[in-house]
Each structure stands twice: as C-alpha cells, then as structure tokens.
Design a protein around this ligand. Sequence first.
Ligand code: NA7
Length: 316
Amino acid sequence: LTTDSRLSPDTTADADSTTNIVPKDIIPTDKSIGFLGLGIMGVPMALNLVKAGHEVTVWNRSQARCTPLVEAGAKQGTSPADVVQHCDIIFSCVSDANAVRDLVIGNTGVLQGISAGKGYIEMSTVDSDTIKEISEAITMRGGRFLEAPVSGNKKSAEQGKLVILAAGDRSLYMDAYSCFEALGKKTFFLGELGSGGNTKLIVNMLMGSFMASLAEGLSLAEKAGVDQYTLLDVLNLSDIACPLVKTKGAAILEGHFPASFPLKHQQKDMRLSLQMGEELEQPLHVAGAANELYKRTKAIGFGDRDMSCVYRAVNA
Ligand code: NA7
C-alpha cells in the first residue's frame, strides 16, 4: 500500500494502528475460558484473553485459524461440545444467526457439553429471537447465559478497546469481568436480555447510514469538481469530525478497502435494525435507503471487503 501523499499521516485508513496500546493491569479470573469462532474479530479477542493471563481453549470451524492462538499459548478443542466440557465460561463470536445456531444446537454443539453453572456468552450480533432461543436452550440445562455484542472493528479488537454491551445473567457478567477488561475499553451491563443486542443494532444502524452519506458526499464532490482531499480535510476539522470520517474517508480516497468490518456484516446489521423498526412500528427511512446501497454493494461482489466499499455502489 502506498498512502496518498495528500493524506496527512493521522488521516490514513490505517491511522488507528498507530495508536499506542497501553498494557492493562488485569487480574485474570481462575475460571477456564473457551472461545468459539476465530474470524476477523475472534482472533484478536481470543489473543487478548490469552495475553491477559487467562487459561483459554479455542475452537474454529476452519481449524487453521486456531494456529496463532495455539502459538500464543491457548489449547485447541476438538468441537464446541469439547470446549464447553473443559471450560467454565465460553465465548462465541461467529458471523450470523445460522452460525450461532449451528454452534449451539448442531452435532457436537454446545448443548452437548453444557451443564449446571457453566456460562455461555454470545458476542455475535444476531436477532433477538435467536438470542432468546439459544438462551432458553442453555438455561434449561442449568447453564447461565449472557449476550455481549461489541461495538468496534478489527483494530479496536486488536487494541482491546471494544465497547461491550452485555445483558442477561449478572452473575456470569461478574464472573467474566476480567475477560471484558481484556477485550474492551468499557463494558456496559444493560439489564434484561435483548437490551445489549438492541443497543448494538441502533449503533450500527447509525454507523451504516452515516457511512453511506459520507460515500455519497465524496462522490458528489467528485462530480462537482470539488477536490475530495480538501473536502476530507474540511470534514476532519468540522463538527462531524470523527474516527469514521477520518479512517473510512481515507479508505475511499486511497481506494483501499481491507476488511476491518466486512460489508456483509454491516448489511446484516442494517437488515436486523430494519426488522426491529418494523416490529416496533418505528419508520426508518434513512436506514432503509442506506440498506439498499449495502445490498447493491454486496450484489456486485464486495461483501467481504470493508463496509466503506459502499462507495463502489454510490460512485458506480
Ligand atoms: P468473520 O470474519 O466473517 O468470521 C466469521 C466466523 O464465524 C468465522 O470464525 C467462521 O468460521 C464462523 N462461522 C461462520 N459460519 C459458521 C458455522 N455455520 N458454524 C460455525 N462457525 C461458523 O466475522 P467477524 O469476526 O468480523 O464478526 C463476527 C461477529 O461479530 C459478527 O456477528 C459481526 O456482526 C460482529 P470459519 O473460519 O469460516 O470456518
């Protein structure tokens, strides 16, 4: 990657990576920790649990993704059931509702290993019905359940600076607290199951709508003969300056879209927030329009690239 010289160093798409990581002073729980799902978010999250001194056992559907964790000192389980049998508290961070269900109720799934007192923490962003279903399945077998979706991206996961939105079993939240300290800069306990997921979806709906607007603004600038670099400088000094404008704006101008937050997951979150709006009879005009752009970007083959790739559909 050659960064465009017109972008100042702190406004490049990778600018977040220059932030210093301050080591955290964490006393790790002596409970054994399992981690299922080692994707873009799962790998750095599980690594941070190991680095903070937790005893961690990992599992991923594609086994190769376990390698960096095993090299860092984690054990590798043979199936979700195997991890659950050997651990006290198990985290899951997988792509969508199908993956969440497969992990829990599938062959050699979580339900085959769960027993009284064990804790299951779902960090994937999925719909509230799926959360309710797996929570009931786990608690019926004596397990404890917490939802804990996160706000953040690959970089904040690497830096242990996620914002964690926990809800459900408070005793499990307390037992897993040192893990949340390792993963995030702030953990909210939001009460009843569902509050965490709803909060996360609203955050990501706003982010998705704003991202689409930024893409449209930069595209309009190009058509109007307004220098896009100058526009980005202006935005970065304006009242709407924020990390998203800084890093995603730079990604667009560099034409460099490494998946920090995959567009397919942003579109999933737009769809889930629209579903929530429909259930609650809340019109969501702006999010609905933005969702169409993400659907289009996915359809033209950019689902695995970063969400900022929505510019490709806007600027077609
Ligand atoms: P990624 O990078 O797309 O990773 C997805 C993970 O989910 C990865 O470990 C996959 O395993 C796993 N996966 C997908 N389908 C299944 C099934 N059916 N069974 C088991 N495991 C599966 O996602 P991110 O890390 O960016 O995001 C994870 C969540 O956090 C998501 O809900 C976001 O919205 C927020 P694989 O490696 O493909 O074998």
